[in-house]
Structure formats: C-alpha cells, structure tokens
Design a protein. Structure first.
Length: 118
C-alpha cells in the first residue's frame, strides 16, 4: 500500500485544516486507516483511526471533539478534519494503514507538517 498525505500548512490558533491521505495498491475498504503525529522532541502519538470503512472511529483524548476522521472509498482517500486548532497540535502528521483487525500498522505515508501559531 502506498500512502500520500497532504493538506498541512500554517494556521492560526482556532483555525482549521483538512488533511488528506490517498491510498493505492490494495483494496481500500478493507483497511483500517489511522492518523498519527510527532511533535519535535516527542514520540509519535496516535491521533485517530477509521476502522472498517467508517463504521468505527476512535480518537485520542487530546483531539476528541475537535478532529474528525472520515473516508471516501470511491476516492481511496481518508481525511482528518481539524478544527479549533491549538499550538500544541503542531506536529508532522502521518497517515497509516493496516489490514482491518490487525494490531500493527504496516504502511505509512511520508508525513505532512501542521504548524499552529498562537
């Protein structure tokens, strides 16, 4: 599976961004699609996951109520809508894929930078 993330940028606190991740190489609807982020000097952390083509979603507590993960199976694309952004959301955001039901993510995108200014 090849993953291509896009949509990052610079935004003021309180603003919004939508990240996209286009997938190719495997049946998209059978994949769990996750979003992770890594801030400078910190470990990569889980942000959100869309499982089983949108029937189940989970979010990190730090983004719950502000971020929404969704997917378009016709476009083989998963999205992360980020609202009410905070400076602490600044990080490189990665999309990842795994076979539905698996524990580990086998495939990773290249990352897209999100910077939130105060």
């Amino acid at each position: 599976v090849q993953l291509q993330a896009s949509g990052g940028g610079l935004v003021q606190a309180g603003g919004s961004l939508r990240l996209s991740c286009a997938a190719s190489g495997r049946t998209f609807s059978r994949l769990d699609m996750g979003w992770f982020r890594q801030a400078p000097g910190k470990e990569r952390e889980f942000v959100a996951v869309d499982r089983r083509s949108g029937s189940i979603t989970y979010y990190a507590d730090s983004v719950k109520g502000r971020f929404t993960v969704s997917r378009d199976n016709a476009k083989n694309t998963v999205y992360l809508q980020m609202n009410s952004l905070k400076p602490e959301d600044t990080a490189v955001y990665y999309c990842a894929a795994r076979t539905s039901g698996a524990t580990m993510y086998d495939f990773w995108g290249q990352g897209t930078q999100v910077t939130v200014s105060s």
